[in-house]
Design a binder for this molecule. Structure first.
Ligand code: URA
Length: 460
């Protein structure tokens, strides 16, 4: 047995140096014990020696490095050993990471995915409170991450809050930024963080700007923030006041030109997207590569809502770029609607599929999944506030109207959304792609373009 010590739970560089030596010396993963820090009580099967000579090197595919960097931040005690095994197997089988049926690949990917979600959660849910120290204002936040992500996430906060002095306290580690330099301290407890009224006005502004009184659903708003984080969030305290002011704000919203609040809208959209990246509202996030959020100008007059991302969209993280998206682009162009000026999104933000061999076959989202995801589309619409929203197909119509709509009966005319906005319904472009008979496809495509032309005329 070899015992390999790395410095910290998130010490990717230490693990990499160690594993390099082990692989070159052909030490099998089951002959290695990995330990962290001084190691007392921290032994686990597998291993790495931080003393391995960096000069002895071999190349590793980039996707493995990216995967390992995240997976290593997981809490599973076997992660170092599993990554070592994966690396050894990868050397004989360069395409191993593409094999989604391989149990080891799936396990390590599930570590990396859970870590990515935790990183996003920290970005979305950390809230600073102001305290005064000898040098003036310092902003302090408390956060409880699931994994060892704090160091890996520090650069994000330095970037975002470069001109503030801040500290983020977590149970295992605290990080501090003095405006110039990042430093670390020991873990803290919640009692060490300031309590009381947070002064994070930016967050309050953000929250108020996405709060649409016409869609007051307090329960849903609170449900969306994982319960664990509510207590850290200033905006939950805003809700009663927002409701009280709802009527007044509603009429103000009608008269306020979108351009006046353009800056806030952009910020609100980015913050919402960031939150959606960590969405776990239903089980679909578990197998998808990532959340595929909407795209387009945030002040678009026209919003198109599809069903869910497909295989290509899931990999690229962008809606409507695969075959259905290409047909949609063509039809929009023929209808004289400029795609660059429309906002395109989906009713469901994660790809749902069945694995058949190497292929991932689209699987329709069910009513529970559509309803779990409705919160996101409601927030997107509250930010973009389009003049017209278009449902592409039955799933989108169900999401927007909250009930089953028959496309053939409802297409070709304006409808009213539950919040009063104008909506149209038409077919989904992939319906056209699936029609086997070329004449039928041609005729249906022409009807689709005609719908888009009629919709385009509704826009000022
Ligand atoms: N189909 C959809 O509904 N949305 C996409 O993003 C791609 C295909």
């Amino acid at each position: 047995m070899r015992v390999v010590t790395i410095e910290a739970e998130d010490d990717f560089d230490g693990w990499r140096d160690a594993v390099r030596g082990l692989v070159l010396d052909q030490v099998p993963p089951d002959q290695v014990v990995w330990q962290v820090g001084d190691g007392a009580g921290e032994l686990f099967a597998g291993q790495g020696s931080s003393g391995a000579a960096p000069a002895r090197a071999f190349s590793v595919p980039r996707p493995f490095i990216d995967l390992a960097r995240n997976a290593i931040l997981h809490r599973d005690r076997e992660r170092f050993a599993l990554l070592h095994t994966l690396l050894v197997r990868l050397r004989d089988h360069l395409k191993l990471l593409e094999d989604q049926a391989d149990p080891l690949v799936r396990r390590v990917e599930s570590f990396a995915k859970a870590v990515r979600r935790d990183i996003h959660k920290m970005r979305a849910f950390v809230r600073f409170r102001e305290v005064q120290d000898d040098d003036g204002a310092r902003y302090v936040a408390w956060f409880e991450p699931e994994f060892h992500i704090v160091r890996a996430n520090a650069a994000f906060f330095v970037d975002r809050f470069a001109s503030m002095r801040w500290s983020i306290l977590t149970p295992e580690l605290s990080i501090h930024w003095n405006g110039k330099r990042l430093s670390e301290g020991p873990g803290a407890s919640k009692a060490d963080a300031p309590d009381g009224d947070p002064v994070e006005a930016v967050w309050k502004t953000y929250y108020a700007s996405i709060f649409n009184p016409a869609r007051v659903k307090v329960g849903a708003m609170l449900k969306e923030m994982p319960r664990k984080y509510w207590k850290n969030m200033p905006e939950t305290a805003l809700v009663p006041q927002l409701i009280a002011n709802a009527q007044r704000r509603e009429s103000e919203m009608v008269t306020t030109a979108k351009t006046k609040i353009g800056g806030n809208i952009e910020a609100a959209w980015h913050a919402l997207r960031e939150e959606a990246m960590g969405c776990t509202r239903c089980h679909l996030y578990k197998h998808a590569t990532q959340t595929v959020f909407g795209e387009g100008p945030v002040d678009a007059r026209l919003v198109f809502v599809g069903e869910q991302p497909g295989d290509q969209e899931d990999l690229a993280g962008k809606p409507f770029i695969g075959p259905a998206g290409q047909m949609f682009d063509r039809a929009l162009a023929e209808a004289g609607v400029d795609r660059a000026r429309v906002y395109v999104t989906n009713a469901v933000k994660h790809f749902k599929y069945e694995q058949r061999g190497k292929r991932r076959i689209h699987s329709k989202p069910d009513a529970g999944e559509i309803s779990a995801c409705r919160w996101w589309i409601e927030q997107e619409l509250a930010i973009v506030k389009p003049q017209v929203t278009v449902a592409l197909g039955a799933t989108a119509a169900r999401s927007l109207f909250g009930k089953v709509m028959t496309i053939s009966r409802e297409r070709g005319r304006a409808h009213q959304l539950p919040d009063g906005g104008e909506a149209w319904i038409t077919v989904h472009p992939s319906f056209l792609l699936r029609l086997p008979d070329p004449d039928a496809r041609h005729a249906e495509y022409a009807k689709f373009v005609a719908d888009l032309k009629a919709i385009g005329k509704r826009i000022d």
